[in-house]
Write a protein that binds this ligand. Sequence first.
Ligand code: NAP
Ligand code: ZN
Length: 352
Amino acid sequence: MKNAKAYSAASATSPLAPTKIMRRDPTEHDVQIEILFCGICHSDLHQVRNEWSGFMPTVYPCVPGHEIVGRVSRVGSAVSKFKPGDLAAVGCMVDSDGTCPECQAGLQQFCPNTTYTYNFPDKHLGGVTYGGYSESIVVEQRFVLHVPSNLTLAGAAPLLCAGITTYSPMDHWGVTKGKKVGVVGLGGLGHMGVKFAHALGAHVVVFTTSPSKKEDALRLGADEVVISRNANEMQKHAGSFDFILDAVSADHDINAYINLLRRDGNITLVGAPEKPLAVAAFGLIMGRRSLSGSPIGGIAETQEMLDFCGQHNITADVEVIPIQKVNEAYERLLKSEVKYRFSIDMASLKSE
Ligand code: NAP
Ligand code: ZN
């Protein structure tokens, strides 16, 4: 067992603060990783503040972080995928049963026995799992990914959640050249959605509440930008979208977007607001439109996404911060002020 420096929250109303946690020694299939960068996902904030109490109540102390990139420092005797010195990445899951139909299909995100990277029962040490706002982590090799060597590491970290969460539904719903695709909310997830939809050749329209993000949206790959609070601008796109990705973290009117879908169009929710969204039945009925959700992606698909990013040189646009600024970063995340993902430089933890 090894002590590791980390940042944790003691309650839903406490700021994140320095702490020490235990990490297990690698067992035969484990990879020990010294963490270099960890992205800040809005899910970290939802969980730290116990905003998903009905679905996934937070156990304190909570060490969040599931956008992890680092370097392998030790491997177990049966590890073949990695050796010390390799780059490695970990996303939202660290284990699953491996035997259920979902795991057999490579869809570990739907396994009933998935272990999430933090705030989930830790079958090795008891208590709950602790995430990437820490010096190191030990993960079974099945859940450790390879990072293409051409990607900047600070920008690669967010691919492990924001990247796969937007790539997977676009793949599932067939986003390709010739499709008209909307991305709602230009945050960490949304800006990755724009990059992927653009790289896949779609006509991309960004819906934002922040007029100041218009230029950025175009630079990131959008063909058009709509200020979503402007009903006239919204109306111009009525009935025209094949697919819309909704990556909004807070309460909003989803019916306004359902009405923009063409016949058989789909809107997929990846954003997970605290409160339920109201859906008007006729928006879906007329036009046989569908509303779905999508969680992260499977391990093989995550590697496929990382390789796609390597080929297209895609990373997140990040603001690198020391961990000491994490509470300030959360406040800015709430104000939609981040452009477009915070990435924590874990070297800053050494001074704690
Ligand atoms: P984020 O960086 O904070 O981005 C959220 C964006 O939503 C903001 O930038 C803003 O975009 C828009 N927004 C915020 N408040 C709004 C409001 N009141 N009305 C309308 N739009 C608003 O968050 P994120 O990290 O991308 O995460 C987004 C959501 O996805 C979170 O709920 C997170 O928990 C969830 N998530 C889900 C999965 C999954 O597996 N499904 C994975 C990761 C995250 P504009 O300024 O452009 O309007
Ligand atoms: Zn996330």
